[in-house]
Design a protein around this ligand. Structure first.
Ligand SMILES: NC(=O)C[C@H](N)C(=O)O
Length: 337
């Protein structure tokens, strides 16, 4: 029997038209499907227009609009395809991985580098591939389909601004590829226990502080006071420079007692952190109950923290346990295994 898939349009280049003011999303979800008539051979497609925006304008509100639309239609469909702009697609894919957990039904996110109505577009292939993947029996959970590759929702990063292979999978293999309109699976689907879980709230009281050599320590006080979570994008495997340490210790004491979250990440995209290697990391990690990102992407780190902070919890220890709990393959090397 043909699968029934719901496509949710949110905008992005895939749906853009040329205007005097530059490319702007204007093509509807229904029109998008009209560009891939072959889809009718293997699935029935229904559409819904969640919004039609450049993904630069996407906020956690839009993530909630998508997750709510999926929950409302969850029982009626076999899978979901979300069309999205590429600029913040990796954030949305990570966010949806936390907002929709343990889904037996696939949620596929795709987009394009060129609008669907231009000649040399990647949009038609990406969209058709997404339906092929969404209609496949072994597909589950939140994944991106782009340029013939499947990337787990928590593992993507936009690494190219213009090329068709815009996304890389960070610290995790591709679970599958789509070749000649067939799914070639490298990682077999897992067994599922329990049902799907939806969480629609996110708390965006979070600031990412990217360190630069010689960073002025004044910024720490401001950021630590204003936000509930700070992610420090440090260098290498992770550490706090000595010119920041005095201020850091001063603000951290107060921060800990107020139950806020401090997470140390790294500016190095691949292979991840390990603060226990160098003195610049080890001492800080031992002196404070900091979280570190290990092999998580920054997109997953930020959206996991937003999801965690929006939930009721029994204090810091539980937050910490949850942060290190693997969700949709987001963290493997958490140093605690
Ligand atoms: N390729 C794209 O989709 C880029 C576009 N600015 C967006 O993210 O909506």
């Amino acid at each position: 029997m043909k699968k029934c898939i719901l496509m949710l349009g949110t905008g992005g280049t895939i749906a853009c038209k040329h205007t005097d003011g530059g490319l702007s999303p204007a093509i509807t979800s229904e029109e998008l499907v009209g560009y891939i008539p072959d889809v009718e051979e293997f699935c029935e497609v229904h559409t819904v227009q969640v919004c039609n925006v450049d993904s630069t304008n996407v906020t956690p509100e839009h993530w909630s609009m998508v997750s709510r639309a999926i929950e409302e239609n969850y029982e009626k469909y076999d899978g979901f395809v979300v069309c999205h702009g590429t600029d913040t697609l990796a954030y949305t894919a990570a966010a949806l991985s936390y907002m929709i957990q343990n889904s037996r039904k696939p949620i596929v996110i795709t987009g394009a580098q060129k609008p669907i109505d231009v000649e040399n577009t990647d949009a038609r292939m990406n969209l058709l591939d997404s339906f092929i993947y969404a209609a496949d029996d072994g597909s589950r959970d939140v994944n991106i389909v782009f340029d013939g590759k499947v990337i787990v929702g928590t593992r993507a990063k936009k690494e190219r601004a213009k090329s068709y292979n815009a996304f890389s999978s960070i610290n995790f293999p591709y679970p599958a590829v789509i070749q000649d309109q067939r799914v070639i699976r490298y990682i077999p689907p897992e067994d599922y226990k329990g049902g799907v879980q939806f969480f629609h709230e996110m708390n965006n009281s979070i600031y990412v502080l990217k360190l630069i050599p010689g960073q002025n320590p004044d910024i720490l006080e401001y950021v630590f006071d204003k936000y509930q979570c700070i992610v420090i994008e440090s260098f290498g495997v992770g550490g706090i420079p000595e010119y920041l340490v005095t201020k850091f210790y001063e603000v951290m004491k107060d921060w800990e007692s107020r139950g806020k979250l401090a997470i140390v990440a790294t500016q190095v995209v691949k292979e991840g952190s390990n603060m226990m290697v160098y003195e610049v990391g080890k001492k800080v990690k031992q002196d404070f109950d900091l979280l570190e990102t290990y092999d998580m992407t920054l997109e997953a780190t930020i959206t996991k923290a937003m999801w965690l902070m929006a939930r009721k919890h029994d204090g810091y220890e539980e937050m910490k346990r949850e942060f290190y709990r693997m969700i949709n393959h987001d963290i493997m090397g958490n140093g605690q295994a």
